[in-house]
Design a protein around this ligand. Sequence first.
Ligand SMILES: [Mg+2]
Length: 341
Amino acid sequence: MSNSNPLKLRALLIDLNGTLHVGSETTPRAVQALERLRSARIPFVFCSNNTRDSSERLLEKLSGMGFTVKRDEVMTSLGACRQLVDDRGLKPYLLVSPSAKEEFGHISHSGQYDSVILGLHEESLSYGPLNTAFRILKGEPLHPPSSTPTPPGPSHSANPPSPSIISPSASLSTSTSTSTSTSTSTPASTSTPTRSHTVSASSSPSPPRPRLIAPHASLYHQTPGTAQLPAGLSLGIGPFVRALETATDIQAELVGKPTRRFFELALERLQAVQGGIGRLEGRDVGVVGDDMINDLGEGARDLGLRRILVRTGKYRSGIENGDHPPDAVYDTFADLVDAIL
Ligand SMILES: [Mg+2]
């Protein structure tokens, strides 16, 4: 066991799936390693791009695997989506799992959807729901004329079992934003409009375009074996996000890893939970994960975080040899902890 802490790390941002566990199986010695970190008073925050589970469900799963995790130590991309919805007062159509919908359970509205949120959920990523999302984004009708509700329409939940109302010609939102973000990390309030709206001389302003929001756009992830399929890489939500972008000419806003904003929020959370070890600079903080792009990508580089790759989860030989190699590579998360303590 090393005692050198070669990167002089004082705190960690830790990926979950692929790093601490794969599916419901922990990576080697991960539970004990986390306890050692806690005992050594090395602060950490979990940063997950999990889009299947609500925060509550995620905590239950981690606890079931033996991890001791406090609620304020967990940041998820779904939680970042919820924050965005709350901040902007959006009315999203949710293409997410029932568990993930719990994250948005506080939202109810009458009227029309003004946004689509995509998560990884097999049933939601079938043609019917995807086509509904496409129609919302394109402002196309969902119902025959005879059944088209008259605005403001009946009350309904933000997460109905099936789409129930859209009036494409009506104003979509009271949001003041009129642009679609061109950035994966820039709030829409400061983003640059990507498309002009044709406004006639006597008309009122065009309604804001619907927004396409995704926790992330990861192309694939490692999944455990099932009765139907051995363990291996499986398709992520990224290709579905790209499909809707291509079909609608609306660029998705990504809010999870690896956006700079997500990591900034994670650092703020880290500072809040770290319990008095003083101000942390980017170089003091290691971000650890199994994905060079989504765990260790753009935002982590921008903020000067120490980027640490583990050879578990979706890791495949040679992925560290790209344009932005990591600061360190360890076989497992536990090996990293051995090197720090
Ligand atoms: Mg991962």
